[in-house]
Structure formats: structure tokens, C-alpha cells
Design a protein around this ligand. Structure first.
Ligand SMILES: [Zn+2]
Length: 73
């Protein structure tokens, strides 16, 4: 298994990006790393991505979480 690249990202509507402690949200799906931006442990809806870097995904999730927090106050 490669490290550093992610094969799946969670797109479940119930799992929006939020400010989770770094290092959470990473799990394994079908032998590849899978990232949930909500940091949930179950109920994911995995979408395949083409070797995205975890760093990139975590940064995007953090940005989305900040935007959503700003919108909801
Ligand atoms: Zn999820």
C-alpha cells in the first residue's frame, strides 16, 4: 500500500468537512487510503480519486470547514 496518496474520499452528505484534529479521518478502503473530511468512523460514501495527496485533501477539508463555520457563525 502506498502512503501519502489517497484512493478514496468520503462524499457522504452527512459527513461535511469540519475542523477535525489533524490525523483523523484517514482509514483504509479496499486496500487503499481513504479520507473522510468529517473524521467520522463509519457510514461513509466512498468516491474513488486518482491518487490525491492526503496533504492536499486535508488542506481542502480545513478550508471548507472554515468557510462553513464562517457561514453559520
Ligand atoms: Zn465519511
Amino acid at each position: 500500500m502506498e502512503t501519502g496518496t489517497v484512493g478514496y474520499i468520503c462524499t457522504a452528505a452527512e459527513h461535511p468537512a469540519r475542523s477535525a484534529p489533524s490525523g483523523t479521518g484517514l482509514t483504509v478502503n479496499q486496500g487503499k487510503w481513504a479520507f473522510c473530511p468529517a473524521g467520522e468512523t463509519g457510514g461513509h460514501l466512498w468516491s474513488a480519486v486518482d491518487g490525491a495527496s492526503l496533504d492536499e485533501l486535508a488542506r481542502a477539508a480545513a478550508t471548507a470547514a472554515r468557510a462553513s463555520e464562517a457561514a453559520t457563525g
